[in-house]
Design a protein around this ligand. Structure first.
Ligand SMILES: *[C@@H]1O[C@H](CO)[C@@H](O)[C@H](O)[C@H]1NC(C)=O
Length: 442
């Protein structure tokens, strides 16, 4: 009986916690409402106006939004919106910073104009005439970035004309805003979308497009018409989608089967519904640490006074930036920096990776190297610091160490003992013979 009530209480507590967690994870987002200024035509750059806005997010229209008594006074009440996001794309912890946090999610909201697209892989979506009545409403788009690059989201929202209660109709999100991949690995650029199932636009097809953008250059990576299940001709080798996941769960993630250096850059995932479009950007960095090799290896024996010349080559790394340096680790285990040596310019290999080397001219008289130790080449790189080492042996050292002196004393003692023993044996046996001779004689 008591067991039952305990379980009952615990589950009640769990349910309450769950409900609270759910409701509190939908944020109240501060946003910039940006629109083109009306009534000031002309000029190449359209004048825009920017106002603060506040978006109360909730997952269903019946849940009571946190009452607006906390609404900051510097926000125009006209720009306070109540947004129903049934897909809960915006109820992510990265959009809900702890109270008093200096960092805030970034958000921009714009008026949106639904229109058919002329792109080859999108045009089939608007072949059949849709209920234009549904499009007659106030439409908005938002672009949102969560804290710590945990989320990028873009939504298209609809509000029946002259209300401020908006419904999210399409949301596109990425949970990998910044991706790092090693060379040759499979890179996964996350992108997912959600469509309000109660919208007439749902179920009438979608299209997905991935574009690559790097320093002003763009190219189409992949375009897929989900209505006719067709890929556009322009397709990058090794780039694909999980088509089952795409149709079943809106998983539009881009899979790059073998990451190459030239894949580094910005990727834009765009999802089209009939008349609607939303997109998020994902950055991919191919990061490969260098491999190090030292020449010559092993090093020839060094004589004090001689200059030792040794080279360290770092190869196969990306991106370009690299810090090369040398260290000496003596018999005492202590490391001493020897500077960077003379570093060469970089070269780029066929696969886009870089190589660079450094030559060290080590003057053995200037440094107290003892009998030698380890020469270490250190390469600092964003992919991880790498090290390679080679043994340096110095012979004929000028100042013998204590161990050396002790060893010399030891050797001298042993030699002395040996000489003594030998001479004793000889003289001893000689006298024995003499004694025996004496006995015979007698
Ligand atoms: C999307 O698909 C990729 C590839 O199959 C998979 O690795 C990833 O986990 C999927 N993402 C989600 C959110 O299901």
């Amino acid at each position: 009986m008591t067991d039952f009530s305990t379980i009952y209480k615990l589950s009640l507590v769990a349910v309450i916690c769950f409900i609270q967690a759910c409701s509190s994870s939908c944020p109240v987002l501060e946003c910039w409402f940006v629109q083109e200024k009306t009534g000031r035509g002309g000029g190449l750059t359209a004048a825009t106006s920017q106002e603060k806005a506040l978006l109360h997010i909730r997952t269903n229209a019946y849940s009571n939004p946190a009452k607006s008594q906390h609404d900051p006074s510097d926000i125009n009440p006209e720009r306070i919106y109540f947004i129903t996001d049934e897909g809960a794309s915006l109820c992510h912890r990265s959009l809900n910073p702890p109270r008093g946090s200096v960092e805030k999610p970034r958000c921009e909201m714009n008026p949106f104009l639904p229109q058919p697209s002329t792109l080859k892989w999108v045009a089939p979506l608007t072949d059949s005439a849709l209920s234009p009545m549904y499009l007659q409403a106030d439409w908005f788009s938002t672009a949102i970035q969560g804290l710590n690059k945990e989320l990028a989201a873009s939504t298209i929202m609809r509000a029946p004309t002259a209300t401020k209660e908006q419904d999210v109709i399409l949301s596109v999100t990425s949970k990998t805003v910044s991706v790092q991949s090693r060379l040759g690995e499979t890179a996964l650029l996350d992108c997912g979308f959600w469509v309000d199932p109660s919208s007439p636009l749902s179920g009438s097809g979608f299209a997905v497009e991935w574009r690559y953008q790097f320093r002003g250059n763009g190219r189409l990576v992949l375009a897929y018409d989900g209505k006719t299940d067709r890929l556009a001709d322009t397709q990058e080798e090794g780039a694909t989608l999980d088509f089952d996941g795409l149709h079943e769960k809106g998983n539009a993630s881009l899979i790059l089967q073998e990451a190459k250096v030239h894949h580094s850059g910005m990727y834009i995932c765009t999802v089209y519904l009939p008349y609607l479009v939303a997109q998020v950007a994902v950055e991919l960095d191919i990061v490969e640490p260098p491999s190090l090799s030292i020449h010559p290896s092993p090093l020839p024996l060094a004589v004090p006074g001689q200059t030792v010349s040794v080279q360290c080559e770092a190869s196969g790394f990306a991106p370009l930036s690299l810090e090369l340096s040398w260290e000496f680790k003596g018999a005492d285990g202590k490391s001493r920096p020897l500077g960077s040596g003379s570093v060469t310019g970089h070269r780029q290999a066929w696969d886009g990776t870089y190589s660079q080397s450094t030559r060290l001219e080590l003057d053995t008289t200037k440094l107290d190297l003892g009998r030698g130790g380890e020469l270490i080449c250190v390469a600092g790189h964003v992919g991880g610091t790498q090290q390679a080492s080679v043994t340096l042996n110095v012979i004929g050292f000028s100042t013998p160490s204590i161990e050396d002196s002790m060893a010399m004393v030891g050797v001298a003692l042993v030699l002395y003992g040996l000489i003594k023993f030998v001479s004793w044996t000889f003289t001893g046996s000689g006298s024995d013979e003499a004694v025996q001779q004496d006995k015979k004689d007698k």
